[in-house]
Write a protein that binds this ligand. Structure first.
Ligand code: ZN
Length: 473
């Protein structure tokens, strides 16, 4: 069966396919109905949890879809594909697979990133009783980010304002201002809320039920919207120098990225779901991974988020403009093409298998609680060179790449803004992405084909703001 068969056209279809696939795989299903919202057609909204493996499992792999609702097309497809392709039969002894389908069912059903409270779930896991993170950049730009009108004149004025900010502070600062999260503007975007929302409470309840007695928990949270078409950036949110980060590197390889270390396409945000679970269940060894798959350019994605926010605050969904905006937001978070779906599934399965191996193998890092020195990249036992001549990097790139595998200089160091540095960063990113893609040769070939066309916006951010490469751990 082709990968496309595991993906769905809407939340309702995804839910039905997920439940069927889970039951066929022999999983137990639990549903958490969202009492606060209904779907566009009045349908029930719920988070479905499928569990395979023994009830007393000490090791749990937990996957999450639709943390950002509209991104659920991707995670749902990956979860359904995992069941349908038999991942459940690969579980080592004492290990459970728990798939959390549509943790933000409202956002998935309405094709929105946010929950029914207009909250970004990945900014909501903060202590709302304490000091929430400040975002002075958003304060400066609030009206430009979310104008009250959505027409050519208003958008041109907003664009001038945003570009002036980028010119003064850099593209990365603009990205952080918009996407880093804010806690003041309830009708704005990337809003973290004022209290734990239903999806957050439900997530913690699910972890308590399915992993509360586990010793080791691996989490994979599926996202879309950043990076090159179909490439799953393996983002780790564990703190720098933490055993969690070292463990993630051990499991997933040298190409994991870290917003906290500045080498990810994602801004360094607070209140994300992976960190929230890790902090809540400190007694469990948690190893988290966000797989962030690229779709369109960053500009197109952010425009779609802004437009969708305007639509739900000021517009009419059942209008020509409303339908156009809903198409924009769907395209921004769902690469509804066969090659994209194939790449999503392949990298998801590879990541899940790596997590299962990591859970089963134990970890010297975890045992010692210490930060291990960076391991040299493993070479394939084959005598054949890792790269053919055809895929060798261009000469400009070769100057940026480490002379020896495993060198920490995997990414270019920071360059001032300029076409040359942008080009170098683009090449380096393409190269590192292709080499680092969690998947097999087919995905890497597809990524190579697609990367050059879709990479420019990510490279623009990275090229203008890449800090020095992260040190080991
Ligand atoms: Zn996301």
């Amino acid at each position: 069966m082709s990968a496309s068969a595991y993906f769905s056209a809407d939340y309702r279809e995804a839910r039905s396919k997920f439940r069927d696939a889970a039951l066929r795989a022999g999983a137990q299903l639990t549903t958490y109905v969202n009492p606060n919202s209904k779907g566009p057609n009045g349908e029930e909204l719920g988070t479905d949890v499928a569990r395979l493996g023994p009830p007393e499992a000490s090791r749990v792999l937990l996957t999450i879809s639709a943390t950002h609702g509209a991104e659920g097309f991707c995670g749902s497809g990956a979860q359904i594909g995992s069941f349908e392709t038999g991942l459940g039969r690969e579980l080592p002894a004492g290990t459970a697979l728990v798939a959390v389908h549509a943790i933000n069912p409202h956002g998935f059903a309405w094709i929105r990133r946010v929950t029914e409270e207009n909250v970004d779930l990945n900014r909501n896991f903060v202590d709302h009783g304490g000091a929430v993170p400040e975002n002075p950049g958003y304060d400066d730009l609030a009206e430009a980010i979310c104008p009250c009108e959505w027409n050519d004149a208003a958008l041109a004025a907003a664009k001038t304002h945003l570009e002036a900010y980028a010119k003064a502070h850099g593209a990365a600062a603009l990205q952080f201002a918009i996407t880093g999260g804010q806690y003041k503007y309830a009708d704005g975007i990337f809003y973290g809320g004022t209290a734990p929302v239903w999806s957050r409470r439900t997530m913690l309840e699910i972890v308590a039920k399915h992993a509360g007695r586990a010793r080791r928990l691996a989490m994979i949270d599926f996202h879309t919207g950043l990076g090159p078409w179909g490439y799953g950036e393996p983002i780790v949110t564990h703190a720098p120098h933490s055993p969690g980060l070292a463990r993630a590197r051990e499991w997933y390889g040298e190409r994991i990225t870290s917003p906290r270390l500045g080498n990810s396409a994602s801004a360094d945000v607070r209140g994300d779901i992976l960190t929230g679970v890790e902090e809540r269940y400190g007694e469990i060894e948690v190893t988290g991974l966000a797989l962030e798959y690229g779709t369109l350019s960053l500009e197109e994605v952010l425009d779609a988020v802004r437009a969708d926010n305007w639509l739900h605050a000021h517009g009419t969904i059942e209008s020509a403009k409303g339908r156009e905006i809903k198409r924009m937001i769907r395209d921004a978070f769902y690469g509804d093409k066969p090659d994209w779906k194939e790449m999503i599934l392949e990298q998801a399965l590879a990541a899940e298998r790596k997590a299962l191996r990591g859970l089963a193998a134990g970890s010297a890092t975890a045992a010692s609680g210490a930060c291990r020195p960076r391991r040299p990249m493993r070479r394939r036992p084959s005598a054949r060179p890792r790269r053919s001549r055809r895929s060798a990097p261009p000469s400009a790139l070769s100057r940026l790449l480490p002379a020896e595998p495993g060198s920490s200089r995997a990414f270019p160091t920071w360059h001032p803004i300029g076409p040359r540095s942008r080009r170098r960063s683009r090449e380096a990113f393409a190269w590192s992405g292709y080499r680092g893609a969690i998947g097999c040769a087919r995905t890497k070939r597809a990524f190579r084909r697609g990367a050059s066309a879709a990479i420019s916006s990510t490279a623009r951010i990275i090229g203008t703001a890449f800090p020095p490469a992260p040190s080991a751990c």
